[in-house]
Design a protein around this ligand. Structure first.
Ligand SMILES: [Zn+2]
Length: 323
């Protein structure tokens, strides 16, 4: 893949290319944008661009440098990801060690710290020293979807690059045309991911409609609620959040219809008729309460509180409404 193939981030791509052309490279970057818009993907492409043997402001994808980066085996390109719940000082010490070595073969060594908001204070402090005096042959790229969680001392030392989501209609047609996703699924994916290409691509191979419908059905049917879908003892945080997003989309759709929006705006347009019927079963204030409760449950997860009981309570309330 060359940079041209990263759809929807033209502004960022043009900016990075002109920085290379005009020799205005920063020593550290902070890529900021919603989860799943392609920040890490673009960071890797940037690394390819900086090191491509053809050296013509695009990555060729066939030289040895491009191939190694594509396969994640280039000795000078490092991806640092969180180790368990956070990015620890040992991860940063390793970076410090690597950054002070001469490059094996690259023109620029590149260190990508993915989801840098997971750096704990110790790690962030250690990184700060490196950001103050970075070696000339290295570039550090931090990515984050939570700018407010990045230590300001770190953020102020990086050139900030903002990524945005793609227009929902555009994403839907990209999924259909370039990824051969059927129309109903591509509509759902583009709305559900709010225009985040990377996220949509990561979900496209699942049997997405039946999966989300099963989660919705489990929740709204009194008899077969599978609490395990929302239990930290059996599921990881990200999966539970994904399930909560699905529930949120359901109640958001009912609210939308209740407020007079048309069915084209539905996320769950595959269940249009059912949603149309449901809008009369709920009061607006109840829908708002339910959605608030889902958001509260979301924050519980960030504090590592098991949300299963919160959801059970919500479900009983929802179910009362539903009948
Ligand atoms: Zn190349």
């Amino acid at each position: 893949m060359s940079l041209e193939n990263i759809i929807g981030q033209d502004k960022v791509i043009n900016f990075l290319k002109s920085s290379i052309k005009n020799e205005m490279l920063a020593s550290s970057y902070l890529f900021i944008g919603p989860e799943g818009v392609g920040k890490t993907l673009l960071a890797k492409e940037f690394a390819k661009l900086l090191n491509c043997e053809k050296n013509n402001l695009d990555a060729c994808d066939v030289c040895s440098s491009c191939i190694k980066i594509n396969k994640n085996i280039h000795p000078d390109i490092h991806l640092i990801v969180r180790d368990g719940s956070d990015i620890k000082i040992d991860n940063i010490r390793q970076l410090e060690n690597d950054i002070n070595l001469r490059p094996f073969e690259a023109r620029k060594k590149v260190f990508i710290i993915q989801d840098a908001h997971f750096m704990n204070a110790e790690a962030a402090n250690a990184l700060l020293k490196t950001l103050e005096e970075p070696p000339r042959d290295s570039i550090i790229i931090l990515t984050t979807s939570h700018l407010h969680k990045i230590f300001s001392t770190i953020a102020s030392r990086c050139r900030k690059i903002f990524f945005s989501s793609i227009d929902i209609e555009k994403l839907s047609s990209i999924l259909e045309k370039d990824f051969h996703v059927d129309k109903t699924s591509s509509h759902y994916l583009s709305y559900f991911t709010e225009g985040r290409l990377g996220k949509a691509i990561s979900l496209k191979d699942k049997n997405i409609l039946s999966e989300k419908n099963a989660i919705i059905n489990d929740f709204i049917n009194a008899d077969n609620f599978k609490q395990a879908q929302f239990d930290l003892d059996t599921k990881n945080k990200e999966d539970i959040k994904y399930n909560l997003d699905i529930l949120m989309s359901w109640f958001r759709d009912i609210l939308l219809l209740k407020c007079g929006f048309t069915a084209e705006n539905l996320i769950n347009s595959d269940r249009k008729r059912e949603l149309e019927n449901l809008k009369n079963e709920y009061k607006t204030e109840d829908l708002l309460k339910i959605m608030h409760r889902i958001l509260d449950t979301y924050s519980m997860l960030d504090y590592n509180i098991n949300p299963k009981f919160s959801l059970e309570f919500l479900r009983v309330k929802t179910w009362q409404n539903y009948r």
